[in-house]
Ligand binder design. Structure first.
Ligand code: PMP
Length: 465
């Protein structure tokens, strides 16, 4: 602990947790004999657990969320002031922070003009799916209901989002899934050889992977496809940055077949890749952008589905028809803490020049990771953008056989023992669980990055020799 003191009887807390809490993403059998980890306090890049042990957090709260770091009093104060003034009102009413945050947010998103508030990344994606479906019914006589999603991408945990999920291990036990979600091939250049398109790399590979989307559209029938949902940098599927050429072609294809382009920025949004949004690296103009995690850095639950005036206006025509509006509500979209926190979060990112820091530190970290790749044969590929980076581990660089999950987890565990929390993407399905993942807060310094990568270097030596 920072000051060595607990406010609670910490063993009573651990006992209560073991007795009653069902943790996310966890097999609970081990907790019958070991204590779960309880994170008690955080400041900047660091957190402290129930034993008082300090950890450098290289994954921003476990799942890429705490973009501006822990212990931000100005966000806490903004939320406190707003809660005392007005905590909540929903339905068709607006709020002061909701209006001010939408104006500030959309000033960073040229071509987009409307923000729909809700609580989670999954829910924001569901809103966009519902808008695509309603437009299909309004404009296209019930056709164009199909929504394309990409192999390896993830869009959330609801049955609708799982139906648009490209990571089978998350979907396979929860069927039957929703109809009319159609998969397109992934765009991971490192594993291009698996796709049967010949020996392609760089822009040629990017264009081929985008052409594969067109092939799916033609197979399904362009008049049946209404939306295409993609992550700008695929997160849990292996930290995948598509090569040049991909996004331009994707945009052309969407325009050609009148398909709405939905970019899922739940991870990349609000600074993670060094621009406000990941899509802004690629010169494309989406029809929907969804965001959640970094919007308020976890200081409040808030998610947003952003769209264009053109889409918004489609829901205004035929105003005399009582069904002709977006027939949707999100109860906690009416919480004012979210936009109040989000507004202050954006101010911090601007005032502390965190986009610039993210770009500079991201380049430094990618460079250092490439150095580790020279040293450790087990690192097959390093990739990413800004402070969102991955190192794919393979047992053999020629065959690119994924490193065994147990060994990848041993690296994560050893970093943990050294006081550094890192992640590994996509556990469970063989061949998908082998990318170490790094997403430190946007305030990371060279010293922080050196500490993270020293622990990885040590762990790789220990586990792989
Ligand atoms: N989209 C992406 C790209 C994600 O990584 C996640 C969560 N990891 C989601 C959507 C779902 O967000 P939430 O957990 O807030 O529902």
């Amino acid at each position: 602990m920072m000051d060595g003191k607990f406010d609670n009887d910490i063993q009573a807390v651990v006992d209560a947790d073991r007795a009653h809490v069902w943790h996310h993403l966890s097999q609970h059998k081990p907790y019958e004999t070991t204590d779960p980890r309880i994170i008690v306090e955080g400041k900047g890049m660091r957190v402290w657990d129930q034993h008082g042990k300090e950890h450098l957090d290289a994954v921003s709260g476990g799942v890429w969320t705490v973009n501006v770091g822990y212990g931000r009093e100005s966000i806490a104060n903004a939320v406190r002031d707003q809660l005392i003034k007005l905590n909540y009102f929903a339905g068709s009413a607006g709020s002061i922070p909701g209006a001010l945050f939408s104006e500030k947010l959309l000033s960073k998103m040229p071509g987009l003009s409307r923000a729909y508030y809700c609580n989670s990344g999954s829910e924001a994606n569901e809103k966009a799916f519902k808008m695509v479906r309603q437009i299909a019914h309004k404009r296209y006589g019930g056709k164009k209901t199909k929504i394309l999603y990409r192999d390896r991408d993830y869009h959330g945990t609801t049955i609708g989002c799982l139906s648009a999920g490209g990571q089978d291990e998350r979907n396979m036990q929860y069927g039957p899934l929703a109809p009319d979600f159609i998969r397109v091939p992934h765009c991971l250049e490192y594993r291009a050889a698996d796709q049967g398109w010949g020996d392609l790399s760089g822009e040629a590979y990017g264009q081929r992977a985008a052409d594969a989307i067109e092939e799916v559209i033609l197979r399904e029938g362009p008049d049946t496809v209404g939306g295409l949902c993609l992550e700008p940098v695929t997160a849990g599927g292996g930290v995948i940055t598509p090569p040049l050429g991909y996004w331009q072609r994707v945009q052309e294809i969407c325009k050609k077949y009148d398909i709405l382009l939905h970019i899922d920025e739940v991870v990349c949004g609000v600074g993670r890749t060094g621009t406000w949004f990941g899509y802004q690296h690629y010169g494309i103009q989406p029809d929907f952008v969804t965001m959640a995690k970094g919007v308020a850095s976890g200081y409040a639950a808030i998610a947003v589905c952003v769209t264009t005036e053109e889409v918004f206006n489609m829901f205004k025509d035929n105003a005399e028809d009582p069904l002709n509006y977006f027939r949707d509500i999100s109860t906690f979209g009416g919480c004012t803490a979210g936009p109040a926190a989000a507004l202050e979060n954006m101010r911090i990112i601007e005032d502390e020049a965190l986009l610039e820091n993210t770009t500079a530190m991201g380049e430094y970290m990618l460079d250092q990771l490439a150095g580790l790749q020279d040293k450790h044969a087990v690192i097959g590929d390093v990739r990413g953008k800004g402070l969102f980076l991955g190192a794919e581990l393979v047992s053999d660089r020629v065959s690119k056989t994924p490193a065994a999950e147990k060994l990848v987890q041993a690296v994560v565990g050893d970093c943990n023992a050294q006081g550094v929390i890192i992640g590994a993407t996509n556990r469970s399905v063989p061949g998908y669980n082998n990318t170490l993942c790094f997403s430190p807060a946007l305030i990371a310094t060279k010293d922080d990055i050196d500490q993270i990568l020293t622990s990885v270097d040590n762990a790789l030596t220990k586990v792989f020799g």
